[in-house]
Design a protein around this ligand. Structure first.
Ligand code: SF4
Ligand code: ZN
Length: 314
């Protein structure tokens, strides 16, 4: 197996590019794909201050490293979710990365700073845990970006994530979600710009990137992910990709090229609704009190929920 670029020994094959790459040219490919996504979707300007939401997993740590390599001023934001046996370990991976690479980290701990955790919030809402978790993370990312004066929040969603979310939204024709499924959402009404610079890389590639760059990451899957439909959609798309290399890329980028604009008027969330300030925390909201403060009030009053040990990722 030879590198497509230099004909030296290759370490990875990428079937959707119909190519093999050596270490140096694979790392360059990752940087080039991120730079291309940033340019293609006008995600970042050279002097922007970026807040990278890091979980301790491969995608977010690879993203942080890639943005620094590309010359962006990128700090990390870690939110401790209070998921026993998982959150403490994920925090250690993030702190190790920060120490080894001399980066700046902003930390928020749900239990210590907000008085509740994700398992308890999930129990009081009686919805899938990821819904309470996602709501909390979005709120805390937005707040940290506002308070820290960052231009954008970057998240580590990769091509597999975005294709799976798109597939799920298409199965149910969630037209309002489809209209918002873009890798860059501009800042509006006190919310920071949101960017997903890894959309041109798969999770196999971000994992390989971490290994080759010596980035240690948390392999354990979040124990609350069970029941998350996206995992099933990912498996379905992986089967499809084996038969038809490039299928995920074509699904997702074909949608962005030719379809997303058709759904935007169905509710892209921009404009028509007046936002006021949350009476509790001041965050922009349509109601009197924002969804996060309502969730936090209920979760703080509830009996804390304990969890078993994490499952290993297959
Ligand atoms: Fe949160 Fe769900 Fe992700 Fe776990 S899997 S960290 S609960 S969004
Ligand atoms: Zn609030």
């Amino acid at each position: 197996m030879k590198c497509r670029v230099c004909r030296g020994p290759a370490v990875i094959d990428i079937r959707r590019h119909n190519s093999n790459f050596c270490v140096d040219h694979f790392l360059k490919l990752c940087r080039d794909q991120v730079a291309k996504a940033i340019k293609q979707f006008s995600m970042l300007e050279p002097g922007d201050r970026v807040l990278v939401a890091v979980s301790g997993g491969k995608d977010s740590l690879a993203l942080w490293d890639l943005l620094v390599e590309l010359g962006y001023r990128a700090d990390g934001l870690y939110v401790g979710l209070g998921i026993d046996g998982y959150s403490d370990v994920s925090g250690e991976f993030v702190r190790r990365f920060v120490e080894e690479r001399g980066q700046t980290l902003v930390e928020v701990d749900l239990r210590a700073d907000e008085g509740f955790d994700v398992p308890t919030a999930a129990a009081v809402t009686r919805r899938v845990p990821c819904s309470a978790c996602g709501l909390s993370k979005r709120h805390l990312f937005d707040r940290a970006a506002r308070e820290g004066g960052y231009d954008a929040v970057a998240t580590g969603h990769n091509l597999d994530d975005e294709a799976a979310v798109l597939f799920g939204n298409l199965l149910k024709w969630q037209t309002d979600y489809l209209g918002r499924q873009r890798p860059m959402l501009p800042a509006r009404d006190g919310f920071p710009r949101k960017v997903k610079p890894l959309v041109r890389l798969t999770e196999r590639e971000t994992a390989a990137y971490c290994v080759l760059r010596g980035i240690d990451y948390q392999v354990e899957e979040c124990p609350m992910a069970a029941g998350n439909k996206h995992l099933g959609f990912k498996e379905t798309l992986n089967d499809l990709e084996v038969r038809s290399p490039g299928a995920k890329h074509d699904l997702y980028f074909g949608f962005l090229d030719r379809a997303v604009d058709r759904f935007t008027s169905a509710g892209d969330g921009s404009g028509d609704v007046e936002l006021g300030a949350c009476a509790e925390c001041g965050a922009p909201t349509t109601g009197e009190v924002c969804a996060f403060c309502r969730l936090a009030a209920r979760a703080r009053d509830a009996e804390p929920v304990a969890l078993g040990p994490p499952r290993r990722r297959r």
